[in-house]
Design a protein around this ligand. Structure first.
Ligand code: ATP
Length: 239
């Protein structure tokens, strides 16, 4: 059997006495888009951040592409083929667009590969090419989100972790962001996306896991979950 690209086993994340993630198991197969859904405080970001090495795990294991990456330092992951695109406001506002992107290429040595990465990102996001010398802080919310994704793409990852890519954006821009997720997936990038925009996430995802109180409350095929009437009321804080 083919190994999943990412495999999370019995993952626990605690902040002092707060158990944010409570023994969850899930996997993402190569080529999938998987959504991690749940109400505020359900443990979505903690899960993503634990996978990315940004918060320590209290227990459990994360395997990526056949390697145990549990608690690996975050800067090790791009070299292994995985990057995290944080929520868009977390770009470096006082650095230029190009300088932000450059950071995504940190550690890459092959000049041809780096040049191909610039081409790819500027082709996907022509607005970033136009504004390459501008401070990132002067970009609109949607453009900052594109920059966050662009930076994560500079190392040509196999797997992209996306934290709330639609947060705070206008509906038209949200549509563009979800189209982008589909495009990247068609280009071969496996995607794990944390979202509060449940309907859009279920539209683009193959499967989803719904977290509640740090545990997986339900999971399944995205279309089936979208069709289940009580999803919103039961797990996502009402509708
Ligand atoms: P949101 O969409 O609101 O970010 P979430 O599903 O991503 O929610 P988490 O941010 O992972 O949930 O939070 C899970 C639990 O852990 C919550 O009870 C939250 O208050 C708590 N928590 C998150 N970060 C910290 C922290 N740095 N210190 C203490 N508690 C935290």
């Amino acid at each position: 059997m083919v190994q999943p690209l990412i495999q999370v086993r019995s993952l626990d994340v605690r902040y002092g006495a707060v158990q944010a993630v409570d023994g969850i198991n899930f996997e993402v197969e190569q080529g999938e888009i998987v959504a991690l859904l749940g109400a505020n405080g359900a443990g979505k970001s903690s899960t993503l951040n634990a996978i990315a090495g940004l918060v320590p795990t209290f227990g459990g294991e994360v395997h990526f592409d056949g390697q145990n990456i549990t608690n690996l330092r975050p800067e090790m992951l791009p070299g292994l083929g995985m990057t995290l695109s944080p929520e868009g406001r977390r770009v470096f506002g006082t650095l230029s667009v190009a300088e932000n992107l450059q950071m995504g290429a940190f550690g890459m040595k092959d000049a041809q590969e780096i040049s191909a990465a610039w081409d790819r990102v500027y082709t996907l996001f022509p607005i970033l090419a136009e504004r390459r010398d501008q401070f990132a802080g002067t970009l609109s919310g949607g453009q900052q989100q594109m920059l966050a994704v662009g930076r994560a793409l500079m190392s040509n990852p196999k797997m992209l972790l996306l934290d709330e890519p639609s947060l705070g954006l206008a509906p038209k821009i949200i549509e563009q962001i979800f189209e982008l997720i589909t495009t990247l997936n068609e280009q071969g990038v496996t995607i794990l996306v944390v979202e509060q925009n449940v309907s859009m996430a279920l539209e683009v995802a193959n499967r989803a896991y719904v977290l509640a109180n740090g545990q997986i409350a339900t999971s399944g095929d995205a279309k089936e979950l979208a069709a289940s009437n009580n999803l919103q009321n039961a797990y996502l804080g009402g509708a």
